[in-house]
Design a protein around this ligand. Structure first.
Ligand code: IDP
Ligand code: MG
Length: 149
């Protein structure tokens, strides 16, 4: 099974979209293994977005993700990375299809509501930034046998 890291960004929390967004992952059949509401520190934001350091939008991005509480999640599934990014939709909400989280709930690339890791390796790196090992829960996810052949 593959793990990925999801963040409901400060705009998603402030706009009351937490339940709606989590419901989409749940209904898809993705297993939630970790979940908490936190305030992101400058250090965490810099580590998370190190690949974007130096880009014109970087200062605004760090300001955005540290501007209020976020919900962070560890999510598992056979193709969890791709499934989550598909549910999230394109980075720019203007290009995100209706039916995706960004397509349905966002308009501006700088306020795109949700984050999902871009690879299994990024996911492990990002999970380590936001979660302690004992905050990730191992349990039998009963729908598995109805989700996968
Ligand atoms: P992703 O979140 O879909 O993986 P990335 O290209 O990794 O997209 O960018 C990370 C985040 O940085 C985006 O989700 C968005 O919040 C922000 N971002 C990316 N490009 C821009 C931009 O051109 N203007 C403002 N913010 C941007
Ligand atoms: Mg990215």
């Amino acid at each position: 099974m593959e793990q990925t890291f999801v963040m409901i960004k400060p705009d998603g929390v402030q706009r009351g979209l937490v339940g709606e967004i989590i419901a989409r992952f749940e209904k898809k059949g993705l297993k939630i293994k970790g979940l908490k509401l936190i305030k992101v520190s400058e250090e965490q934001a810099a580590a998370h977005y190190q690949e974007h350091q130096g880009k014109p939008f970087y200062p605004g991005l760090i300001n955005y993700v540290t501007s209020g509480p976020v919900v962070v999640m560890v999510v598992e599934g056979v193709n969890a990375v791709k499934e989550v990014r598909k549910l999230n939709g394109a980075t720019n909400p203007l290009e995100a299809l209706p039916g995706t989280i960004r397509g349905d709930f966002a308009q501006d690339i700088g306020r795109n509501v949700v984050h999902g890791s871009d690879s299994a390796e990024s996911a492990q790196r990002e999970i380590n930034i936001y979660f302690q090992p004992d905050e990730i829960c191992d349990y039998d996810y009963l729908p598995s046998r109805w989700l996968y052949e």
